[in-house]
Design a protein around this ligand. Structure first.
Ligand code: RFL
Ligand code: PHB
Length: 395
């Protein structure tokens, strides 16, 4: 068995794990990273698309924002569409000049993998049998198989960046974490289509047939979603059926048209809110989806992962450079303040925009809420400041 010593062992090469490895490297802190999927799989997994203002700035400051600045699309606002009319929410005038960047998560992942490997980092893809052990000690360990051989990483800290279905969170002994969960009765059927986006900015639509979302990945590629049942069978949705449903939900009275094109990817995502408290046990720290999940309606998941990484990287810097454990002790508390606000915002956006199975009274309340949000500057500011990203917690 090969035994390797490092400062930080990182489990998972999604955005959280990769960005953490990169920020630590910039501070001269050594890490080793393992991932159970292939590099190609990680680089082509289509997920989030919206970067908060602070996320884009952080990537740029860390030197991994070159391509994002060139190819990412800076958007000044979003459209809220209901009763067949679109209403624009313009962010800069409501948030002191802030915008969002539409840039695919898989592009962020590609940029980060290139930066890590370019700096000579060790990332082992396609590992198997990952276990995290001795979490209560000063030398926690990660065991895994790679290329048929057993390996063990002995480190000072383990960063659990292995997503919602990873092994890190379930390795924490029962009773040590408090879990909070909300399963939403909604799913999203998402598609990627080779067609120029039909809107200059993202469109969130509430319709009596259900929610629909129009987003994009480039001037040639559209990303669209429609509300469906959480357990919807994607096989039941032919391309023709998907476009016909989208045409109905996005329809307006002002002559706008939805362009159709070849569908290159289809998938269904169930929606949940989930988090654990604290986000840490012994020397194992959980970051990103490993610790919390939000429904995608607020576009917060990736951005929360980046915010966790920012706090944890600073905490490790304080530990290695000044011997201070204060930030490490406050890691969970600092992150959870932001996470709970993102859960709140995502819950609000989800309920307001989706068709529930509640009463007609509740449905009318949601329409009144949309009417209010699009007509009151105060209400619009609430949406805007959360969407572009609340200020980072001081640390
Ligand atoms: P990830 O991206 O899930 O990465 C975890 C990595 O760990 C690996 N892994 C393991 N590695 C080693 N050993 C094991 N035992 C392992 N188990 C798992 C996995 O293969 C993977 O590579 O978590 P991370 O880094 O925390 O990043 C979180 C984001 O991916 C997630 O929050 C967002 O995608 C959520 N999300 C959105 N977030 C936004 O901020 N804006 C959006 O617009 C947005 N839209 C979305 C979304 C998520 C969606 N889906 C599919 C859930 C839209 C959708 C449809
Ligand atoms: C996306 O572009 O994939 C996207 C945009 C906004 C959301 C969720 C996903 O709220």
């Amino acid at each position: 068995m090969e035994r390797i010593r490092t400062q930080v062992g990182i489990v998972g090469a999604g955005p959280a794990g990769l960005l953490l490895g990169h920020l630590l490297h910039l501070e001269g802190i050594e890490s080793i990273q393992i991932e159970n999927r292939s590099r190609e799989y990680c680089e082509s997994r289509i997920r989030a698309g919206v970067l908060e203002c602070g996320t884009a700035e952080l990537l740029a400051q860390a030197g991994v924002g070159e391509r994002m600045k060139r190819e990412g699309m800076v958007h000044q606002g979003v459209y809220l569409r209901f009763r067949r009319r679109s209403h624009h929410v313009l962010f800069p005038e409501l948030t002191g000049g802030k915008c969002i960047t539409v840039y695919g998560q898989h592009e962020v992942v590609k940029d980060l993998i290139a930066a890590r490997l370019g700096a000579g980092a060790r990332i082992s893809f396609e590992v198997e049998g990952v276990e995290v052990n001795e979490l209560e000690t000063r030398t926690p360990r990660i065991r895994f198989r790679h290329g048929g051989e057993e390996h063990e990483i002995v480190c000072d800290f383990i960063a659990g960046c292995d997503g919602f279905h990873g092994v890190c969170r379930p390795s924490i002994p029962a009773g040590k974490l408090q879990t909070y969960e909300e399963v939403y009765p909604f799913g999203w059927l998402g598609i990627l289509a080779t067609v120029a986006p039909s809107s200059d900015e993202i469109v969130y639509t509430r319709h009596e047939r259900g929610f629909a979302l129009l987003s994009m990945r480039s001037p040639e590629v559209s990303r669209l979603y429609i509300q469906c049942a959480p357990e919807e069978d994607v096989g039941a949705w032919s391309d023709e059926r998907i476009w016909a449903e989208m045409q109905k939900r996005f329809a307006t009275d002002d002559g706008w048209t939805l362009r159709e094109g070849p569908i290159t990817q289809k998938g269904v995502t169930a929606m949940r809110g989930f988090l654990v408290e604290p986000m840490q046990y012994g020397r194992l720290y959980l970051l990103g989806d490993a610790a919390h999940i939000v429904p995608p309606t607020g576009a917060k998941g990736l951005n929360l992962a980046v915010a966790d990484v920012r706090v944890f990287a600073r905490a490790l810097e304080a530990f290695y450079k000044r011997g201070s454990t204060e930030l490490l002790e406050r890691y969970s508390e600092i992150c959870l303040r932001r996470v709970w606000k993102a859960e709140r915002f995502s819950n609000w956006m989800t309920r307001m925009l989706h068709l529930g199975n509640g009463s007609e009274f509740v449905e009318r309340l949601h329409l009144a809420e949309l009417d209010y949000v699009t007509s009151s500057r105060a209400a619009m500011t609430t949406l805007a400041e959360n969407y572009v990203g609340l200020p980072y917690e001081e640390c």
